[in-house]
Design a protein around this ligand. Sequence first.
Ligand SMILES: NC(=O)C1=CN([C@@H]2O[C@H](COP(=O)(O)OP(=O)(O)OC[C@H]3O[C@@H](n4cnc5c(N)ncnc54)[C@H](OP(=O)(O)O)[C@@H]3O)[C@@H](O)[C@H]2O)[C@@H](O)CC1
Ligand SMILES: Nc1ncnc2c1ncn2[C@@H]1O[C@H](COP(=O)(O)OP(=O)(O)O)[C@@H](O)[C@H]1O
Ligand SMILES: [K+]
Length: 488
Amino acid sequence: MNKTIPGTRHPLHGVDQTRRIEQTAAQALPAHTLMQRAGLAVARLALAIAPHAQRIWIACGPGNNGGDGLEAAIHLQRWGKQVVVTWLGQTESAPADTVAARLRLQDAGILVESMPSGDFDLCIDALLGIGSQLREPQGLMADWIRQINASGAPILSVDLPTGLHADTGQATAVHVQASHTLNLLTLKPGLFTAQGRDAAGTVWCDTLGLELNVLTALAPTAYLNAQPIKTRRPHASHKGSYGDVAVIGGAHGMTGAALLAAGAALYAGTGRVFVGLLNDQSVTVDVRHPELMFRPIQSLDFSAMTVVCGCGGGQAVQPVLCDVLSSPAPVVLDADALNVIATDNVLQTELLARCARQAVTVLTPHPLEAARLLGQTAQQVQSDRLTAAQTLAQRFACTVVLKGSGSIIASPDHLPVINPTGNGRLASAGTGDVLAGMVGAELAAGKTGFEAACRAVYRHGALADTWPPGAPLTAQLLVLGGCDTACR
Ligand SMILES: NC(=O)C1=CN([C@@H]2O[C@H](COP(=O)(O)OP(=O)(O)OC[C@H]3O[C@@H](n4cnc5c(N)ncnc54)[C@H](OP(=O)(O)O)[C@@H]3O)[C@@H](O)[C@H]2O)[C@@H](O)CC1
Ligand SMILES: Nc1ncnc2c1ncn2[C@@H]1O[C@H](COP(=O)(O)OP(=O)(O)O)[C@@H](O)[C@H]1O
Ligand SMILES: [K+]
């Protein structure tokens, strides 16, 4: 059993792939072996996270997730724990593995209680796993979820927090909020995006003794984003070795957005950073960042630089977009550039045409911007973030960063990546502009669109994760904090 190691490129498997792996594995093993291994793994982790727990409630659901819980109860009782087992299943209708587990429980002399009573030192949530449907739990299932959450005890969820969808990270209104989740066989993508990160707590995985070739026979659904490798700057290098970034944005009243993106590109190591402000030509210097060079947009040579376009762009970005999209420059499109493109078919055609010319493009929408581009609602996007990001990447033939908790990086040429860094402290105005600048810096240094997005998104989130507790985190401070990790 392993804790997921931060910064590692773990493969993630959705429900379909997990079921296929499970079938292959089960065929090669004596009946019920996988569930017995699962139960043992759950019991072991229970001991590890709550070694002094005496009274343990194991809430078991009607399917095989419940069966895992029954198997775990047998071990915990054997190890001297007082187990309270509740079960929503029936012997006549439960799956075969679970029926076998129920009989073993009976043989071990453990009674199934109709209701949990008293206090518990640990709750094990074995109500629903990958068979969970996104319908709202009712009756006893809903009552027990509420009781588990209100118990005040550590909560160990088996395979998934009940109510969370394994593929999407969408959760029913009533769902378990675990302190630990033990994934079985495979890590599931839903734990790392949308509501998954809040529901899952610390994520563990046990592959139930399967051979690597069984686990790797199927391509995963996605990967977790890996910590970028630091590269050393050669002595024999100069500012031209690290590229030029031009930030186009900052319409009237939104100059700050462009300055944040430009500052972020600068601190992330770009050789030279230019700023082309839309409408507000009066700004000629940023005294806090005198390295930035302010130029009229018409004077910027897009063929020789990376362009970050749209931060604080308003409608004023529209006339510039055609030139940006038709240029060979690597381009990051953010914020209002995306909003304008969403309403303009000509620009959409230009955007699509870039791929055929091998021009690199990265889109960095938040869920509402993604929804506008897809003609959907933000809720629809959030209900399946992986699919939304992949659809956008296919439609516009470019790399897409769908921002938010568990940002998704998608491209037509790669399996999608879910980013594990970042937290709610990033939910403040301007942090997206900072990310756009950081992606621009990676592109200017010669990374591909996908690499640039993966590296920048990881670092951006990692900055927030290592931010001193209690210290304010604003976009401007994030820019300055970025200088600690500018490490090319
Ligand atoms: N077999 C094996 O080898 C191994 C299996 N493993 C374990 O099995 C788990 C998958 O088991 P599973 O497929 O039985 O699905 P599971 O998550 O128990 O749920 C299905 C039941 O829940 C019900 N239900 C669904 N949604 C609901 C809702 N919203 N509200 C209320 N009820 C709802 C659904 O009812 P239905 O929708 O059919 O009416 C059905 O009765 C997997 O996560 C892992 O823990 C591991 O041990 C590895 C080896
Ligand atoms: N709860 C969260 N967890 C992780 N990252 C977050 C969270 N909230 C916001 N972020 C990150 O912060 C940034 C916000 O970007 P965006 O919504 O475009 O803001 P703005 O337009 O104000 O700059 C994105 O990179 C997003 O992924
Ligand atoms: K569960």
